[in-house]
Design a binder for this molecule. Structure first.
Ligand code: 13P
Length: 248
């Protein structure tokens, strides 16, 4: 049985005061939800406010990125031990926006994932094809390459601690959702790639869907056999809409 993970990726939205306001409204709406993990990933500067606000709740906090060195002369970067020290437990790695705008590659995804695990953080490792790749029939080869470069080099122990997020780039922020069947097929393909770590590891890994998840499509997506949670962008910024997704 895979426990669902309902995660919000706030991207570059909200300041600390807005973060506290969100949690005041959000926490009462999810306090009776027991059978799933709830994660919110705000911008770095809001991590202390979010951790403080989520204390005494089941909601856990994550960062949206990390650098792989523990410390050093890397102006502007944030390390895993720093994220861990402020009380965050998760970190998103290799989001398509990081790949598209900030030059991240499958190799840096791998390095960040190892660094996250060494810092005691739970990585949410993102993969996904863009529209051109989907339309030319390359979805599986793209996902296979991203998996092979970013995830396959992990050890079996490391793999057992990660969560994967399938986010088709063409569905992010566009209002276009992959159909439940399309998402389920991609998830099944990713799970087949995970068989390299053994059948039971593949059966256990949680694969989240991301891309225009909203309150009105969360239930049908979450009803798919291979979908184990959601990574939600825009709809996670509003407490009511994210609570409705979490409580799908
Ligand atoms: P949207 O939910 O806004 O489409 O964003 C998805 C996403 O990128 C989550 O990481």
């Amino acid at each position: 049985m895979r426990t669902p993970v309902m995660a919000g990726n706030w991207k570059m939205y909200k300041n600390p005061a807005e973060t506290r306001t969100f949690f005041e409204a959000f926490l009462p709406l999810v306090q009776n939800t027991a059978d799933r993990e709830i994660v919110i990933c705000p911008p770095f500067v809001n991590l202390p406010a979010a951790v403080g606000a989520a204390q005494n709740s089941r909601v856990e906090i994550g960062a949206q990125n990390l650098y792989w060195a523990r410390e050093g002369a890397y102006t502007g970067e944030i390390s895993g031990p720093m994220i861990h020290a402020v009380g965050a437990k998760w970190v998103i790695i290799g989001h398509s926006e990081r790949r598209q705008y900030f030059g991240e590659t499958d190799e840096t995804v791998y390095r960040r994932t190892v660094a996250a695990l060494e810092a005691g953080l739970k990585p949410i490792v993102c993969v996904g094809e863009n529209l051109g790749q989907r339309e030319s029939g390359a979805t599986e080869s793209v996902l296979g390459d991203q998996f092979a470069g970013g995830i396959t080099p992990l050890t079996a122990d490391q793999f057992a601690q990660i969560v994967i997020a399938y986010e088709p780039v063409w569905a992010i922020g566009t209002g276009k959702t992959a159909t439940p069947d399309m998402a389920n097929d991609a998830h099944r393909f990713l799970r087949s790639q995970a068989a390299k770590f053994g059948q039971s590891a593949a059966a256990a890994v949680r694969i989240l869907y991301g891309g225009s998840v909203k309150a009105d499509n969360a239930k049908i997506l979450m009803g798919q056999s291979e979908i184990d949670g959601a990574l939600v962008g825009g709809a996670s910024l509003d407490p009511k809409s994210f609570a409705a997704i979490v409580n799908f």
